[in-house]
Design a protein around this ligand. Sequence first.
Ligand code: C5P
Length: 304
Amino acid sequence: MSETALSVTATAPAKINLALYVGSPDISGFHPLLSAFQAINLFDSITVHPAAQMNITCRAPFNTSSVPLDETNIVWKAHALISAHSASGGPVRIDIDKTIPVAGGMAGGSADGAASLIALNELWQAGCPVETLFELARQLGSDVPFSLVGGAAIGRGRGDVLQPFATDRPLHVVVVTSGIQLSTPLVYATLDAMRGEQKVAVPDALPDEFLTAWRLADAHALAPLLHNDLEPVALSLEPSLGAVMEAVSAAGALRALVSGSGPTVVGLAESEAHAVAVAQALTTQGFGVTVTQSTGRGSQLQTP
Ligand code: C5P
């Protein structure tokens, strides 16, 4: 960016969890996780402009009435955090252009937070190193560090301890949104209620056969190994998701899986052509479907 640039845009990808194991909450109330994070080719875009006072706008091809436009929005919190690390700074207008479903279990809010950090760092020429941005991302939320780095990674801790994972080829998926929104804290609290007194530890590692199938993007081998501890919780809170999952399977997907805390449902396909065929079958039934694939990208500045 030149010193005279008036705005900066950054993008950040959505994620799906190809595996998500959730342990019983620790003393802080957070749940230890073991997660196979996979970024997909669906991006939110954040543009920051210096302004007389803070304000946020949000545009999307779907209803965003639940997205707050005040200091409770994660992008406003990102501004507050990085302000403390920058000699310049000041109020900005933050324009959020969403393609990632809201409260869909795909880390859309986290993507916006991560992209805001990158964009403000550039706008102010703040010079925060990657390590600092990563630490600020952790403070913003459990999924924000992954939104920053993207690609594929194994997540531990709250999901914020990341080990990059190399994959050979893209995986093809369909993403089915339903307009329903599920609150992440409610999903975790319901999991605890469903488990009662039972104490659950996360496995030490993802199964070898899962890792091999993920690395090779072998969708047939991967399909039966996909796992999400939050899926039965999302289904209990939103029973209509059962019909969505059945429809995704009936449309020919190798496997239907709730993404993260839901309610977005992901269908795994063997190829792009297969994903398109699955999507067409679902679209004729009135479902909102996006054909996409995994990506190695993370948050990045958009070059003009
Ligand atoms: O970290 P983040 O703000 O994204 O988390 C939202 C909520 O999800 C937390 O307040 C907590 O209720 C729940 N959560 C959890 N364990 C995690 C991640 C999130 O209990 N590992």
